[in-house]
Design a protein around this ligand. Sequence first.
Ligand code: SUG
Length: 420
Amino acid sequence: MSALVEINFDGIIGPSHNYAGLSPGNIASANHAGQTAYPREAALQGIAKMKHNLSLGLRQGFFMPLDRPNSGWLEKLGTTVKDAEPHLLATAFSASSMWAANAATVSPAPDTYDGKCHLTVANLQTMPHRSHEWPGTLAQLKLAFANQNHFAVRSPIPSPFGDEGAANHMRLCPAHDAAGIEIFVFGKSGGPFPARQHIEASKAIARTHGLNHDRVIFAQQAETAIASGAFHNDVVAVANERVLFTHEQAFEQPDALYDAIRSHMPDAEIIIVPTAKVSLDDAIKSYLFNAQLVTLPDEAGMALILPTEARENDAVWRYLTELVSGNGPIRRLCPVDVRQSMANGGGPACLRLRVVADPETIDPRFMATAERLNRIEEVVADYWPEAIHPDQLSAPDLIDSIGIARSKLLEKCALTELEH
Ligand code: SUG
């Protein structure tokens, strides 16, 4: 018998972390464009979040940062790290694979026709700096989930259908190891910002993962939400087991979605945060929904692992404090400091990919323990650049130090086969 549990795989924040303003429609990325970033501090914040979650009794894994700047990608464009125009160099440099919620869409084994956990690597084709992530991500997924009795790791959905992975996918289930309902959230083009998740990609994933038609829902993201800066659905909604926690303005046709959920799962609990209490702008600024909504193993109830920014917003904190003081399923608030990632639009939930699996079936090199995180922390403290300003990206010393930093980490984690 295998024991299926939820494991959160966080992207370790890479040594090339910087603020280049590469994501139109992502307000934090635009607002911080051109500022100095602190990769060492960023990665330490990410590791502290993983340690925090381990201390709650949650299972934790991680992914390695990708090789940046991506010289192979620049080569395909007929240029080199030395000669690339600044905008292309920034595009090749991005540490955006840290946001592992965009690595893949995951359908756990109890939901699929063949009883395997299916993972489709996201093509991320809408944003140029993210479009070249998938080969590096796929290489890691193939290693981590190499056990073909339990996993099917799938190639990306072909162009032109944009797919951004788990950030636009939610699962409701009585318990993680039981069959669930999978909700695919897509956007429609035509607004001021790109709609990154295309319905054709979502439908293709539901088909290729072999999901039962009767347990799949497709829901359109509200156009106002995308226009206000919710470039992924996980900025305005999050689900865990039988709970959906959502902003009132997250979906284009919210009532139809709630009805569909209730008809599939009568005991689903839908917590709708009204605009009158938390405006869409406050929700997007504070990232209260970009929380990890987790079931606490040792306590009754669930916790929200939220960014500290949620505590700093009065309306948001008032709402949340009230929420956890009631008798609802969410009982605990755990603010974590991931400010360096937040400044590029990535909260606690963006930094992780949820996989429901038996930990014994996963390559142990990707699984976290407090001790392994300490060792990773040492590499980060010794080798990650302290600061990067976007004007510095062509500096040869910086490029060398980023390469060395990643190699040291791969060595420490015995993952040198991911070197190139
Ligand atoms: O794709 N930011 C990422 C943030 C991703 C957040 N993920 C989830 N919501 N799941 C993005 O927009 C900014 C990079 C820059 O501007 O340098 C960036 O890519």
